[in-house]
Design a protein around this ligand. Sequence first.
Ligand SMILES: *Cc1c(COP(=O)(O)O)cnc(C)c1O
Length: 403
Amino acid sequence: MKHGIRHLFIPGPTNVPERVRRAMNVPMEDQRAPDMPALTLPLFADLKRVFKNDSGRVFMFPSSGTGTWEAAIQNTLARGDRVLMARFGQFSHQWAEMALRLGLDATVLEVEWGEGVPLEAYEKLIAADTAHDIRAVFVTHNETATGVTSNVAGVRRLLDAHSHPALIFVDGVSSIASIDFRQEEWGVDLAVAGSQKGFMLPPGLSFLSVSEKALAAARDNRPKMERFYFSFDNMMAANDSGYFPYTPPTQFFHGLRASLDLLFEEGLDNVFARHHRLAEGVRRGVAGLGLSLVAAAPKWHSDTVSAIRTPEGVDANAVLRIAYERYDTSFGGGLARLNGKVFRIGHLGDLNEVMCLSALGAAEMALADAGAKITLGAGVAAAQAYFREEKQRATADAAARTA
Ligand SMILES: *Cc1c(COP(=O)(O)O)cnc(C)c1O
């Protein structure tokens, strides 16, 4: 018999706060009831605050994030449209596969796994495209397979520098609501997020935040891909009055209400600062163990997930299995070409310092059991030192403010 909790340190689904779980535990409701819009309309408005999308609108699709990738493409692009993408991990790979399978003429740049969106290579292609054939540029904001965050604002700048009208698509599934994201300021046209990562909800709902420019692209006269379930038009017609064109997951809406309340009560800037602090503690722990990240340089470090290389000869899958079976702890596995070489610690969502210490502690035991020559406690100690420093600094800052 098991006691205590099973520790979940995968980069989604993340831990669901008790307040969110309780909020979802409601009897089934009439989705066409006259008071449903009182629940749904504020959710749309508040999601726009999370995306920092002032002028456009947000869709909620009952699907995982992958479905919403499809919605973004189908409503704004046509088969044969030229798009620019980069592949540097399993998620950017899947997005490129989708684009190709849906018939887009995708230029997919191959980038070292451990790096992110290649701004210089993007800029070369954008500069050369004086005919403006490229309709969209894709950015995987946070590549969850490698723990790499890319510079979205940099993509905006390079398009502006060449007065290029391409739409910017952002996969923000493992970044939005955890890492700074500013849709309006960065001129992002279509941004995808999922319920089960920074939003601290179960999997099954995803969000697509769309700019005015993308809505205009969806409406213009060019024929687009066929779509029905994911049609913006059908959604908008119902959403404007707070309803949906098909049965919506109403329990999710109560959970989302609670999760948005939690995010706003903490304050988005504080949420981002906490994610940075926790991530930095984990990174110190990894360094303390003498291990290395897949992320190739600090500028790529992700504040939501760390992909950690196991030492030569140590099977990362054995680390995962031992952590799960002996220590009731789940880590993320190495995906695709990183399989067996990498394990991932997800440090996003409803999480604090001591939880990160337990992740490092469990990782140390599993690594040692799998044959890694590490010093037990070295990772935990490095993270503890950093967390204490940060707390002391915060306490001193608060004292200085009230003095
Ligand atoms: C989790 C994730 C997705 C979407 O995955 P789903 O399982 O479809 O929700 C997409 N992109 C990134 C970067 C992710 O982390």
